[in-house]
Design a protein around this ligand. Structure first.
Ligand code: PAN
Ligand code: ZN
Length: 183
């Protein structure tokens, strides 16, 4: 039995080894254009780590019928009054759904359908979120500690970042007098 460490969670089974887990890091500079307050963004350290994702991909990308799993650690902070958040994406195979669940800390899952209607769900340890197909998803850390959440998605979902890079979400999650508010 291998016991390996993925951020804050031990996975104990017979097939996971360290080599199966791909870790990626997003620094602030890679999130250029995502936050609304350009002046605040320009004044910040672009090498600052905003989030890290550890992914377990037991089959090749694009394989039909398989599943992937990831754990994201999103650090606390704001660009101006907008909470640190993930890039956000639709899936390339747009009808593919996904589960997210909260592990540690608190935040909001921000969702947007193809009609650009936006809504949000609170993420907390033990929260479970079903993200239907054709719904873009992004997570914001609204707390003072790191937010850890996990995800499970089909191995043929793929990531379409371009649509969100070009058009963004129709609403932003802003700190309004201490209250996370979609505006
Ligand atoms: C997640 C996300 C992860 C990072 O595993 O990929 O939280 O967010 P971005 O991919 O938007 O940068 C997922 O939704 N996979 O499909
Ligand atoms: Zn996804």
């Amino acid at each position: 039995t291998n016991r390996i460490f993925i951020p804050e969670v031990f996975f104990t089974n017979n097939c996971l080894t360290g080599e199966d887990v791909i870790k990626s890091t997003r620094v602030l500079g890679e999130l250029d254009g995502i936050f609304g307050d350009r002046q605040a963004f320009d004044g910040m350290d672009k090498d600052q780590v905003i989030y890290q994702v550890s992914s377990y991909l037991p089959v090749l990308e694009n394989t039909p019928g398989g599943l992937f799993m990831g754990i994201t650690t999103l650090y606390p902070g704001k660009v101006g009054s907008e909470f640190f958040m993930t890039k956000g994406h639709f899936h390339s195979n747009s009808d593919r759904a996904e589960f997210y669940w909260g592990v540690e800390g608190e935040g909001m899952l921000i969702l947007m359908n193809e009609q650009r209607e936006v809504w949000a769900e609170r993420i907390f340890p033990g929260s479970l979120h079903y993200i239907p197909g054709k719904v873009a998803h992004r997570v914001a850390n609204t707390g003072y500690q790191k937010l850890v959440f996990s995800a499970c998605w089909p191995s043929d979902a793929g990531h379409d970042y371009a649509t969100i890079s070009a058009a963004g979400f129709a609403q932003r999650l802003i700190d309004v007098n201490g209250v996370p508010t979609l505006v």
